[in-house]
Design a protein around this ligand. Structure first.
Ligand code: ARG
Ligand code: ZN
Length: 856
């Protein structure tokens, strides 16, 4: 099992054969599902190579070429392939395989989620269903017949349009589907089960009616309304923004509880983690609502960016993911507060993607070497990929970008293409030279901008000099320089009026001169976070305070405050007794008084995340950082107590707000609560909010405050919550998460108890993440404790998951492989666990790839 070999982008070759149609029949059975596949295969080119089909975890029952049944001497069978050394150029191939969905705990291919059957084929799961050319540039027309018992599986679904249904003997029935759009196997889907069905419809601007169907577990119908509304908004948005309309007569979404990721854009039949479908105000938070809207839109947008135009090979994954994330971010910005949505994107990049880009698994947004493709569904490919698309949007402008999109579809509709194809379409449509820009696709690491300024009162000239450097702080050689859009704003010191501009940094160092300034202006850099870079620029506290209040760009107002807070966190990490200046209180008091959008004020008051600050400090002592955060929080809470209290009650009393206003008001109220809860005597405020909360956002804010400060009411609140929500899995995930983030010295005993809780199951990815994932990300104090017990706990769970679900194991190992971020004591403790894991027999390809990257 250990002769895994990497694959390289440079080795790409077109497929030796094509498959134009595939006709599938599934006879569903928990442990022995029979899959019959009939394919029209054609040789591509004039070679004499054998046909090599991918296949894993399959039992081969028979192979027939045209009318001739093959015997075992006619082909070679291995653990990963079926090789047929034929000379024929064109033939019909019939393959029958048997698979075991019940035992499929990896949740790739065909598996059971509760009582339902469902599939996940991206990236390479289809080869666990039948032998096939399982690569995205092989595109076929799929016809799929599903046969199952009618009582247990009244709904039998697959891609495209329903073309036949019928009753069979022994209580069985069948449904046959046909998808007219040729597609790669990763977009294939099948679902069978008994569901509640929410139906609606959407009429395109051309007047075509599309049936919309959302399938959820019985009893959850009312929780699908928000997903349905989000879907309709997304459909309208894509028509308005990019003139892209839906292309089939039916669009189906199925929500399942067992799913490795967020959701999957299978043609006409999206399969979703129920977390991104189900919501009502009682059981879901405002953030859940936001995320559902975003993921529903993301999968819908894939119908064009992903399905109609797909990837030539998996190294091009960002072609569809970066672009589709950019599209869903823009949509979310239009549906909600644009600035707040943008701030959330930046938080994810800074607190997680930057660390990935600096760690052992760093890769360009278009990776060049891959061992296990599932390891490359990363923050880099998705989020940094979206930033790269956003930079193209910034350089070309909205109109130029729209023209580029139109040309992209004109050239490539129905094809499997590359990232270069996309960038070329953008360049050609807008007449912009993007040749240097393409380096963003092949360089890994977060670039640094080093900024200097100079002001000459004699000439009234202000000069800004920016150089670009790599991660290590070395100035880029000319041939490595990136094309970086830098939005700036110069704020006049007297009038407070700002002037915006877009600078294009293309060389190692460039200087821009601005005339007619009587006094030195204050510069706001990287407006709207115009590039995914770090900025080294020493602005004074005073300059940052000016920006916090006066920058026109909302991102820059927020960012200046975060910079100020980071500055003092750094000081506190270096010197725990450092005494913080009163000026911090003064400025944040002004923020609280300013008449801003409450949702935005809440962002300004939110302290930079652990991961974000850790990323800025070389070999950080994680516990020193946790203490610094705590100290800063106390300082601000104590200094602003009166105002925070007033603001808290003010928000609580507000009535008659719109949905959007209510969300903002709750965010502001709950950030106030999180400060007030650190002060002595805050117990009653938290208890009161917990007792009177009318929605999940407020309930969780109270519980989080109780957990973070280990308040006395915590245990009884947790049991009340558990009794109430015992039967609602998504809410119990939240319960496990809070249990794992408790700030208490007996946390390890508690974690053991949670692992044994009757509702805990490591086989359910949401549940596993809600406990293990929450502990490692929300409880840094104990995860990083000096005894190494936190790391040991994680390694034990990864060891279990290695055999059950390698994808989940491989995600959870992230903080361990990024060990170089931490001080030498932690590094050693983490390395010990990494080495122990590396020595496991039967290590999955997913973990092996990461462990080898970390240990070499
Ligand atoms: N294409 C899906 C999405 O972005 C995600 C598929 C993830 N697959 C995986 N093996 N991790 O919506
Ligand atoms: Zn996607």
């Amino acid at each position: 099992m250990s002769e895994f070999t990497p694959r390289y982008l440079a080795d790409y070759q077109v497929s030796a054969f094509t498959i134009s149609t595939i006709d599938l029949t599934f006879e569903l059975d928990d442990t022995a599902t029979k899959v019959t596949s009939v394919m029209s295969v054609k040789r591509q080119g004039s070679h004499k190579q054998a046909l090599v089909l991918d296949g894993e975890h399959l039992t081969l029952l028979s192979v027939k070429m045209d009318e001739c049944l093959l015997s075992a001497d006619d082909y070679f069978l291995s653990d990963t392939a079926l090789e047929i050394p034929t000379q024929a150029d064109e033939f019909l191939l019939t393959i029958v395989t048997e698979i075991n969905p019940q035992d499929n705990t990896a949740l790739e291919g065909l598996f059971k989620s509760g009582d339902a059957f469902c599939t996940q084929c991206e990236a390479e799961g289809f080869r666990r269903i039948t032998y096939y050319l399982d690569r995205p540039d092989v595109m076929a027309v799929f016809t799929t017949k599903v046969v199952a018992a009618k009582d247990k599986y009244p709904y039998l679904l697959s891609n495209g349009n329903k073309i036949a249904t019928g009753e069979l003997g022994d209580g069985k029935h069948f449904v046959q589907w046909h998808d007219p759009f040729p597609k790669p196997s990763y977009l294939f889907a099948l679902v069978a089960g008994d569901f509640d069905l929410l139906q609606d419809s959407y009429v395109t601007s051309e007047g075509r009616e599309v049936a919309l169907e959302i399938f959820v577990d019985k009893g959850n119908l009312s929780k699908a309304e928000h997903a349905m509304a989000s879907l309709k908004h997304a459909m309208a948005w894509d028509e308005e923004t990019f003139s892209l309309a839906y292309d089939l007569d039916i669009y189906m979404i199925v929500a399942v509880d067992f799913f490795n990721m967020g959701a999957m854009e299978n043609k006409g039949l999206n399969v979703f983690n129920s977390k991104y479908v189900l919501a009502d105000t009682e059981s879901a938070t405002d953030i859940d609502y936001f995320n559902i809207e975003a993921v529903i839109a993301h999968e819908y947008f894939h119908n064009w960016t992903g399905n109609r135009v797909t990837c030539r090979d998996w190294f091009q994954l960002s072609l569809k993911e970066g672009l589709t994330v950019f599209r869903d971010q823009e949509f979310s910005g239009d549906m909600n507060s644009k600035t707040v949505a943008r701030i959330q994107n930046v938080r994810v990049l800074r607190s997680q993607q930057f660390a990935e880009d600096a760690g052992p698994m760093a890769h360009p947004i278009r990776p060049e070497k891959v061992m296990e493709m599932n390891n490359f569904y990363t923050l880099t490919v998705y989020e940094k990929g979206a930033e790269v698309i956003r930079m193209i949007h910034t350089l070309l402008g909205g109109e130029g970008f729209a023209k580029g999109m139109a040309l992209y579809f004109e050239r490539f509709d129905g094809m499997a293409v590359t990232c270069d194809d996309f960038v070329n379409a953008m360049a050609d449509a807008s007449g912009t030279d993007l040749s240097q820009f393409k380096r963003w696709y092949s360089q890994s690491g977060t670039p640094h901008l080093k900024v200097r300024e100079a002001f000459d009162p004699e000439t009234s000239q202000y000069q800004l000099t920016i150089s670009q450097q790599n991660q290590a702080g070395e100035t880029f050689a000319a041939e490595d320089c990136l094309h970086i859009p830098v939005k700036i704003e110069l704020i006049d010191a007297d009038s407070g009026i700002g002037q915006g501009q877009l600078l294009e940094l293309t060389g190692p160092e460039q200087t821009w001169t601005f005339a007619h300034y009587q006094a030195k202006p204050v510069v706001a850099l990287l407006g709207d976070f115009s590039a995914p870079v770090k900025v080294d620029f020493e602005q004074t506290d005073l300059a940052l305070e000016v920006l916090m209040l006066a920058a026109r760009d909302g991102f820059c107002r927020w960012d200046a405050g975060q910079k100020l807070l980071c500055r003092y966190l750094h000081k506190l990490v270096a010197e725990p007794d450092y005494s913080l200046p009163e000026s911090l209180i003064t400025i944040f008091s002004k923020i609280l008084q300013a008449d801003s959008d409450p949702a935005f004020t809440a962002e300004q008051l939110t302290l930079p995340a652990f991961g974000e600050v850790a990323d800025q400090i070389h070999q950080v002592d994680p516990v020193a950082l946790v203490n610094a955060q705590k100290k800063l929080k106390h300082f601000l809470a104590a200094g602003l107590q009166q105002q925070l209290t007033a603001c808290y009650h003010n928000c609580r009393q507000k009535t008659g707000l719109s949905q959007q206003q209510a969300i903002g008001s709750r965010a502001l109220k709950n950030i106030c609560l999180s400060y007030l809860a650190v002060l002595p005597g805050a117990e009653s405020l938290v208890t009161d909010q917990f007792g009177n909360a009318a929605n999940m956002t407020d309930t969780l804010a109270a519980l989080n405050a109780a957990a973070f400060n280990n308040l006395a009411g915590f245990d009884s609140q947790m049991s009340a919550f558990e009794s109430k929500w015992h039967d609602t899995p998504l809410v119990m995930d939240k319960w496990f998460t809070i249990g794992a983030s408790l700030n208490s010295a007996d946390i390890f005993e508690r974690l053991e108890a949670l692992l044994k809780h009757p509702l805990f199951s490591i086989k359910n990815p949401n549940r596993a993440r809600s406990l293990i994932g929450a502990f490692i990300s929300a409880n840094p104090k104990y995860f990083h404790c000096q005894t190494g017990r936190g790391y040991r706990f994680l390694a034990e769970q990864i060891k279990r998951l290695n055999e059950i679900n390698p994808q989940v194991a491989s995600r959870l190992i992230t903080p361990l492989i990024q060990y170089k971020e931490y001080d030498l004591t932690r590094q050693e403790l983490m390395l010990e666990q990494l080495k122990a894991l590396r020595a496991l027999p039967q290590l999955s390809r997913d973990l092996l790839e990461k462990l080898d990257a970390a240990l070499n």
